[in-house]
Design a protein around this ligand. Sequence first.
Ligand SMILES: Cc1cc2nc3c(=O)[nH]c(=O)nc-3n(C[C@H](O)[C@H](O)[C@H](O)COP(=O)(O)OP(=O)(O)OC[C@H]3O[C@@H](n4cnc5c(N)ncnc54)[C@H](O)[C@@H]3O)c2cc1C
Length: 308
Amino acid sequence: MTTTPTTPTTPIAQNSQNAQNTRTATSSAPMVPARYRVVANHRDTADTHTLRLAPLDQPIPRFRAGQFTMVYVFGVGEIPLSVSGSPLVGDDTLVHTVRAVGAVSAALCQAGPGSIVGVRGPFGTGWDVEDSLGRNLLFVAGGIGLAPLRSALLEALGTRDRFGFITVLAGAKVPAEHLYRDEEESWLAHGAVVLRTVDRLEPDPCTLQVPAWDGSVGLVTDLLAGLRARPEHTTAFVCGPEVTMTHTGSALLELGIPAHRIEVCLERNMRCGLGICGHCQLGPDFVCLDGPVTTFDHAEPLLAICEL
Ligand SMILES: Cc1cc2nc3c(=O)[nH]c(=O)nc-3n(C[C@H](O)[C@H](O)[C@H](O)COP(=O)(O)OP(=O)(O)OC[C@H]3O[C@@H](n4cnc5c(N)ncnc54)[C@H](O)[C@@H]3O)c2cc1C
């Protein structure tokens, strides 16, 4: 795994004017990738890196928090990745956080500054941050699911006075897999409450030492018990493994958050990103067009469908 120079990736823009400028149109040639140069590659965890990309060609249109792009590693392949950077940042750079699980994602994690990749998009639906003005925002993430949520979180923190309580509940298997620990202070300084949990806290098999950990131990849904926000005034944004989203969605409903105020992020293997190829069909939906972000009442039956 290449470890490349660390560049801070937390610009919480204060300029709410930029939020008005979001364009969601896709390019006029949506199958043709624009070339982007990797300008920073920050290693978040052993298998997850955050890349900042700057356009070499005409940049893709501006994205909404929650949308994804198709990122092409020339000669290897193309994969969907949610944008993890803030939509308030006024330049044309794109930030993606990617976990190495196969050929393309591993190649991206190893792409050092100067590497060139192709980008198409932005595609799909976004988190309804704008529709939640004045409400409490609750972000619930499992593992890499914090990446797609980060863009909405940064948008909300960048225009902090428009919202009530902002709470982040993040779960990971073990402490070392928690993302964005180095940004947490900035989130707290902007008035967020951040609670983290790990599934287990076991001694390292080599050193036999239990890792230092200041959070909870248990499932991310266990953290919901400590919520102080009024459920009817809360919008929840949930992203993680399907089983996490199903259990979290049900728990949030029980707490009294209306189903249409619980948004989840669906994930399916996809190819075109345009609703043409059908790879990402899930029930009646194409995840690339009707998702990835959708409401829990719509998603709940779909979450039960296994990908073959
Ligand atoms: C809308 C969307 C947004 C995404 N955003 C992110 C992100 O922000 N960061 C990130 O790290 N990953 C994200 N992913 C998942 C990412 O696209 C896959 O990890 C990637 O396609 C794997 O490709 P690969 O060539 O590296 O591995 P492959 O060899 O293709 O796959 C490795 C393993 O991952 C499984 N897999 C591949 N694609 C998917 C998929 N889409 N959903 C579930 N399992 C899959 C394969 O079945 C296989 O078991 C997103 C997926 C979607 C659909």
